[in-house]
Design a protein around this ligand. Structure first.
Ligand SMILES: O=C(O)C(=O)[C@H](O)CO
Ligand code: MG
Length: 255
């Protein structure tokens, strides 16, 4: 049985953000993830976890101006200082929450833009160097171009090339099954061959990004195969419930 983490940015929207922790615990989750904690004091995020005996599986570095459409700063040479400040901020929240995985969103950029790639590599080196002493892994996630047009990290080969090229012990892959199916398919082979690089998995149905098992893939079988491969990390439930969070949780019983 995979260690499921409720994604509080997508699930439990029936509750205000800080109340989603208790709701997730009462619904049987032992871990949570979300996009960003930064609207709340770090201490409040730590307390929400402790009060509900929950583990923080993952969150993202500050992405720049999300409301204005920014999706990370790492590929932007002119934003290097801001990116680095964001690393320090994320590590402060990591200390308060005990999280051991931080996702660095790449930001936008064409895949053949050499300056963007160099800035991204530099940003990842810096983040890994800063996070390493705290035992924290830095993750990169291929995201499909339909959901995020113009996003730089949009391909699994690109992610593997970067991880291999940089050779940093704490630079890992965030394998989102939803994105994998859209970008490339071949999900089971992807999980098997990339397993040594994978530090976090996420799941949602394709194409609706709703409950696992409700789309074109046999998500239950995929998660069973992931178990059989020996994956011991978290699986983030990064989906939008089709008709209410609690009403849609029955898929977990098939695992
Ligand atoms: O979009 C996703 O799949 C993610 O996991 C990112 O963290 C946020 O966009
Ligand atoms: Mg994801």
């Amino acid at each position: 049985m995979p260690r499921l983490a409720a994604n509080l940015s997508m699930m439990f929207h029936e509750w205000p953000f800080l109340e989603r922790f208790k709701a997730a615990k009462e619904a049987g989750f032992t871990a949570v993830e979300y996009l960003f904690p930064y609207e709340h004091p770090a201490e409040a995020m730590g307390a929400a976890l402790q009060d509900n005996d929950l583990t923080q599986a993952l969150f993202n570095l500050p992405p720049g101006d999300w409301a204005a459409g920014e999706r990370g700063l790492a590929t932007q040479p002119a934003r290097r200082d801001e990116f680095r400040t964001g690393v320090a901020t994320a590590l402060r929240y990591a200390a308060a929450t005990g999280v051991k995985r931080l996702h660095v969103m790449s930001g936008h950029g064409a895949s053949d833009d050499k300056a963007a790639r160099a800035a991204y590599a530099d940003a990842l080196r810096f983040a890994c160097d800063q996070a390493g002493p705290a035992g924290i892994e830095i993750l990169i996630e291929p995201i499909n171009g339909r959901d995020m047009p113009g996003y730089f990290m949009n391909d699994f080969d690109l992610a593997v090339d970067l991880i291999t090229e940089l050779g940093l012990p704490n630079l890992k892959l965030q394998f989102d099954i939803y994105h994998r199916q859209i970008i490339r398919g071949d999900v089971l082979t992807g999980l098997k061959t990339l397993l040594p690089l994978i530090a976090h998995v996420q799941i949602a149905s394709v194409p609706a990004r709703a409950e696992p098992g409700s789309g074109e893939l046999d998500d239950i079988r995929v998660l069973q195969e992931l178990d059989a491969l020996g994956y011991t990390g978290f699986v983030g439930c990064e989906y939008r419930p089709a008709a209410g969070t609690l009403a849609g949780l029955a898929w977990r019983e098939k695992l």
